[in-house]
Design a protein around this ligand. Structure first.
Ligand code: FES
Ligand SMILES: [Fe+2]
Length: 342
């Protein structure tokens, strides 16, 4: 994989909004860069490069004061837009305008309980899109799980979309079925692809009755699973959102959030019981894979069962090339049916 590891001009989910009280900030790594993410006392979000432009101290180690972040070393203060609002050491009459100094700021949005940060190729360029939105009214996270995978974003994404590992990695009675031939229809999306609506075969879906599921993937690493069905005569949607957030080249956080309408409260215990285990299966296999990847072997992507991974690399490459040339992005994925046994 010689392509660039990180794509820019995209939104990345960095965590859950509920983990930040107003007046709290934290250092998050994102695409190999330190970012201080936080909420001002008025509840508004900010994200700044976590390196003081004076002498490099992390701003996240400082304090929040009057709508600014104060560096713990010499007390320089920065507003949410990154502009320096105060340099306490300046004496009266000293001719230096703090506002000419700034630290990189990132656009931040809260959407459906997640905090999204826009990483532009050119710092300061405004976002061309909005963060992904959950297709449910008043979507509230009902169940969430975050796990750190010791791998780069590519292996995390490919590991999660891989259709052939189920019977081996997730060999639990509630997930496994004897391997059989699968045929799934796929179509392109603006920056990814969709596995069209179908009836899932895994036993655990039975909890929700007779359902259909549709799975989308879009850059940089956003997967939506939309499960639709009817229970007690009422139509419902359960939506799972999974993102792979690259912290750096060896660490990727998998953040998974499920949304459902309040009246489906009784499905929560299934997520408690099974959700962590399921993601941990994927995490452990990636840790095992690391033992091989350390030796930098050449790898294979074969036939239909690896086609989603092949598409992922092609889409990534096309995105990077379009950014480089300033040309419009054209999705290389074409509609087709994939066949595999799992
Ligand atoms: S290092 Fe931040 S104010 Fe000096
Ligand atoms: Fe998996």
């Amino acid at each position: 994989m010689s392509e660039a590891l990180y794509l820019r001009d995209l939104w990345y989910a960095t965590g859950l909004a509920r983990d930040f009280a107003p007046g709290q900030m934290r250092r998050h790594m994102l695409l190999g860069e330190p970012v201080v993410v936080g909420r001002m006392k008025d509840g508004s979000w900010f994200a700044l490069r976590d390196i003081c432009p004076h002498r490099g101290v992390p701003l996240s180690a400082g304090k929040m004061k009057d709508g600014t972040v104060e560096c713990p070393y010499h007390g320089w203060r920065f507003r949410a837009d990154g502009v320096c609002a105060a340099i306490p050491s300046l004496a009266p009459g000293q001719d230096l305008d703090p506002e000419k100094i700034r630290v990189r700021n990132y656009p931040v949005r809260e959407q459906d309980g997640l905090i999204w940060i826009y990483v532009a190729q050119n710092p300061g360029a405004p976002p061309a899109t909005s963060p992904p939105k959950v297709a449910l009214d008043n979507a509230k996270p009902r169940w969430t799980e975050t796990q750190r995978f010791l791998c780069d974003i590519d292996h995390a994404v490919i590991g999660l979309m891989d259709p052939a590992h189920g019977p081996y990695v997730h060999a639990h009675w509630w997930w496994k079925k004897a391997p059989r031939l699968k045929e799934k229809h796929y179509a392109p999306l603006p920056t990814g692809f969709v596995m069209s609506k179908h009836k899932p075969s895994k036993p655990v879906y039975g909890v929700l009755g007779d359902v259909t599921t549709e799975i989308t993937f879009e850059l940089p690493s956003t997967r939506f699973e939309t499960i639709e069905g009817k229970l007690l005569g009422k139509a419902f949607k359960v939506i799972g959102l999974t993102v792979c957030t690259p912290r750096d080249a060896d660490n990727t956080d998998i953040i998974q959030v499920f949304y459902w309408p309040a009246w489906l409260f009784f499905i929560l215990p299934f997520f408690w019981a099974l959700g962590r285990t399921f993601i941990a299966d994927d995490r452990k296999i990636v840790e095992l894979q690391r033992q091989g990847l350390e030796f930098n072997p050449s790898l294979m992507l074969i036939q239909d069962s690896d086609m989603p991974a092949i598409w992922y690399h092609r889409i990534k490459k096309a995105w990077a090339e379009s950014a480089e040339k300033g040309a419009p992005f054209v999705n290389p994925v074409q509609e087709r049916v994939l066949r595999w046994r799992s």
